[in-house]
Design a protein. Structure first.
Length: 140
């Protein structure tokens, strides 16, 4: 079997610990990777050896979820910021920086795209409607 014949292994970041100290992730992320022909590998926050994790996969999917703490991008707190998770921020920002330097295939969805922006030195608007209005609703 050649490399072209094998299904790519895709690392998928999970959400942080819940109140029961459980990691979780919506199955839609896993299902999408499988439908695309990949093999999902879940990466829960907290692993200090991100370089070893990334060495095991062909791509990385940074998932959605709560906000990144504004301290990470010199931003300001806002009342709408939710589900802050320092462990997840540390883990995902570290993975993103490593993946960007290595050229690993990356996809960021919602929060994941924000992680990629911050990891690349970018900044975020803490509350987009304050700048652009309420024409596009984000949350269900």
């Amino acid at each position: 079997m050649t490399d072209r014949d094998r299904a790519p292994m895709i690392g998928i970041t999970t959400y942080g610990r819940n109140e029961k100290a459980e990691f979780h992730l919506y199955a839609a992320y896993i299902d999408a990777v499988r439908r695309a022909g990949g093999i999902p590998v879940l990466f829960p926050p907290g692993e200090p050896q991100g370089d070893r994790l990334l060495a095991t996969v062909d791509g990385l999917l940074l998932t959605g979820g709560g906000d990144i703490h504004p301290d990470r991008y010199d931003g300001a707190l806002h009342p709408t910021i939710y589900r802050l998770d320092a462990e997840r921020d540390d883990f995902e920002l570290g993975l993103a920086k490593l993946a960007l330097r290595s050229g690993l295939a990356l996809l960021g969805i919602c929060r994941g795209l924000q992680v990629l922006s911050v990891a690349s030195g970018g900044t975020l608007l803490p509350h987009v409607p304050d700048v652009f209005g309420e024409a596009v609703a984000h949350r269900e």
